[in-house]
Design a binder for this molecule. Structure first.
Ligand code: FES
Ligand code: FES
Length: 161
C-alpha cells in the first residue's frame, strides 16, 4: 500500500492504495464519494467521468497513484455549498435530462467540460462530445436539450431523435 494525496472538490485528501487501485475506486470506496458511478469494465460508459486538473477523464481508466497531487472535481463538487444546483444540473432537472439517473453524474461532468471549452456548442457538437457517455434510458434527446439550455441557447429547435 502507498499513500496517495490529492485535492478533491477543493479539499486535501489522502488514503492508502494499491498500485492497481483505480481513481474511481479511490473516490467511491476510500472517500465514499459514490456519486461517481461505475457502469462497465470496458471504459465505454462514461458514468465515472470526473475532472482531473480541469480535464474530463474516465476515472476508471486512471490509477489513483497517477492522480497524486491532482486537482479532482467530482459530481459532489458541482453544486454550491448551500446545495444550489449548478446551471447544468438545474438544466438537467428542468429539461428532464435524466430518468434512472445512473449516467447523470458522468453526463453532467462531461457537459461541464464541453461548455468550458465550447460555451455555445451546436446540437451536433453536443451529441459528438457525448459519444463516450452511454445512457440506457433517455434516448439522449433531453440530455442534449439540457446542455444546450445550460449554455443559454434556445432549445426549441433541438431535433427529436
Ligand atoms: Fe468508467 Fe464505464 S465505468 S467508462
Ligand atoms: Fe438512466 Fe441515463 S438516465 S442511464
Amino acid at each position: 500500500m502507498t499513500e496517495v494525496r490529492m485535492s478533491v472538490n477543493g479539499k486535501s485528501v489522502a488514503g492508502d492504495v494499491e498500485g492497481r487501485t483505480l481513481l474511481s475506486e479511490f473516490l467511491r470506496e476510500k472517500l465514499r464519494l459514490t456519486g461517481t458511478h461505475v457502469g462497465c469494465d470496458t471504459s465505454q460508459c462514461g458514468a465515472c467521468v470526473v475532472h482531473m486538473n480541469g480535464n474530463a477523464v474516465k476515472s476508471c481508466t486512471v490509477l489513483a497513484l497517477d492522480a497524486a497531487g491532482a486537482d479532482v472535481l467530482t459530481i459532489e463538487g458541482m453544486a454550491a455549498p448551500d446545495g444550489t444546483l449548478s446551471a447544468i444540473q438545474q438544466a438537467f432537472q428542468d429539461h428532464h435530462g435524466l430518468q434512472c439517473g445512473f449516467c447523470t453524474p458522468g453526463m453532467v461532468m462531461s457537459a461541464a467540460a464541453l461548455l468550458k471549452e465550447n460555451p455555445r456548442p451546436t446540437e451536433h457538437e453536443v451529441r459528438e462530445y457525448l459519444e463516450g457517455n452511454i445512457c440506457r434510458c433517455t434516448g439522449y434527446h433531453n440530455i442534449v436539450k439540457a446542455i444546450m439550455a445550460a449554455s443559454g441557447q434556445d432549445v426549441s429547435a433541438v431535433a427529436a431523435e
